[in-house]
Design a protein around this ligand. Structure first.
Ligand SMILES: [Zn+2]
Length: 250
């Protein structure tokens, strides 16, 4: 079950998941690189899956539908050309079964898709980071991330952006004694130097080094309270403080 990376814009990834009966395009922010991939590999996609409505994840939907006449899956009509509104639960597609998770926070109706040990999480979970809170609350995002953290540890995490190195800089600042962060920085720097993706990550790796999944750890509680002394040790409040800090971190 190969999963292909199609880089788009400056730091997006569109994914194509090849199944025995089809090929799904996940979060096509634009169409041209997908057309190029399909021509090169002589494959026609069978469906589009969208995690959320932002244009850098859906901008290519209309042109792809025009060309291939394929169904579009997503949360609701905020996804252009939507043909199948899906909600949390099982989704049958091309004789495969996917698990759909509702992960509000970045947007209020953000979805994640799990298929055969691969997680497509859009802008909810990033390698060593998480999405900004555009529509949801800190508590919603915290619980969405916890839901992803409970997936099997070897679940491969396919995020929609290549943000790993900048996320790791923040992780090193807020969790300075964590040796896994330094290891990841070294590996990700080498990967980016040869223009390779730093993804997929894994749930185990994220739980060990992603500050937004580690809000219960003393080191993160300490750091959050240096940024905002009113934080305390409640994990949702720690998450909220870290997210606000990251919004202004450079
Ligand atoms: Zn987004």
């Amino acid at each position: 079950m190969p999963i292909h990376f199609i880089p788009a814009f400056t730091d997006n990834y569109i994914y194509i998941a090849e199944t025995p009966k089809g090929a799904w395009i996940i979060d096509p922010g634009c169409a041209d690189p997908v057309f190029a991939w399909c021509a090169e590999h002589q494959r026609c996609p069978s469906a589009i899956l969208c995690t959320h409505h932002h244009a850098d994840h859906t901008g290519g939907v209309e042109a792809l539908v025009q060309r291939f006449r394929i169904p579009v899956y997503g949360a609701n009509q905020r996804i252009p050309q939507l043909t199948h509104a899906v909600r949390a639960g099982l989704l049958a597609l091309d004789e495969e079964s996917l698990t759909v998770l509702a992960v509000p926070g970045h947007t209020r109706d953000h979805l994640a898709y799990v298929w055969k040990g691969a997680l497509f999480c859009g802008d909810t979970l990033f390698a060593a980071g998480c999405g900004r809170l555009f529509e949801g609350t800190a508590a919603q995002m915290f619980h969405s991330l916890q839901q992803l953290a409970r997936l099997p540890g070897d679940t491969a995490v396919y995020c929609a952006h290549e943000y790993t190195l900048s996320n790791l800089r923040f992780a090193a600042q807020v969790d300075p004694e964590n040796p896994i962060i330094a290891q990841r920085q070294e590996m990700a720097t080498a990967q980016r130097a040869r223009n390779a993706p730093t993804l997929p990550s894994s749930v185990t790796l994220e739980c060990a080094s992603n500050p937004f999944l580690r809000c219960h750890e003393p080191a993160l509680i300490r750091s959050a309270n240096t940024f905002d002394p009113d934080t305390g040790d409640d994990p949702v409040r720690v998450f909220s403080t870290l997210r606000r800090w990251k919004d202004h971190f450079s």
